[in-house]
Write a protein that binds this ligand. Sequence first.
Ligand code: CP
Length: 311
Amino acid sequence: MIKIFKLKNIISIKDFEKEDIDYILDEASKLENIAKSREVSEELKGKILGLMFFEPSTRTRMSFETSMKRLNGECIGFESSGSSSVSKGESIADTAKMFEGYCDALVIRHELEGVSKFISDIVDVPVINAGDGAGQHPTQTLLDLYTIRKVIGKIDDLKIALVGDLKFGRTVHSLSNALGLYKNVKIYLVSPPELKMPEEVLHDINKTNITWEEVDSIEKIIDDVDVLYVTRIQKERFADIEDYMKIKGAYIINKKMLEGKDLIVMHPLPRIDEIDTDVDNTKYNKYFTQAANAVPVRMAILKTLIKNNPK
Ligand code: CP
């Protein structure tokens, strides 16, 4: 049977069925050779991707740009509100309409939840949410799942600890939603009390077969998990910096804690101090692999959306 990918926009991982995720992960596997060998295919020759980054990014912006270039397409865009006419008072809607006139697809990052959805409602080209506030980061989740599947060989039957800022961390919100599509997954939620997983995400998880448990220390679960998915405390989302200072450095993973364990360590990055650099040269470190996997996964996303939705 020929598989098809039904979505025009990638706004929330909650819009995905398991077959949609499988489609992107399988396409990414096929494109990985091009990404790894630093080659260029002709798949998106002549196409232009618009990068509208109102909020800072290293990995997401650069990997989308790399992915487009590996498919022989090109990118235009801005990396902060200050370098676009938004700084002169132009609305997001007008800015998006300009990009629609120039590009074949748009990638949006914004500090407010819902901005990508708003833009997808007013333009005809595919829109990809590259992170909206504390909301969703669906393409990060696709590369997280790709990494887990590639390194461990499966996504079903795993125990995964989500560690750190579960309140503001959009990557753990998206990942939790996606894991609900897999069989026999247990999630441990490890966070300071102030940064617990939001009720609405727990509500979504409760509609799936996931079992979950909140715990207050890594030591309690480290012998039981297949994946430690660590996140940074999101300083920029605290209204009061004093509140951030009180919980900064609450969870720090180091090499000694991991010795003898049968697990991998993932992190969407950037990291601050939550994974000691002594983990970098161990077998546990899969966070740099994870970041590199962004290229084949985002190549698969761009190829699929742009080819399925020609202007
Ligand atoms: N993982 C991630 O979204 O990183 P950036 O903020 O650097 O894009």
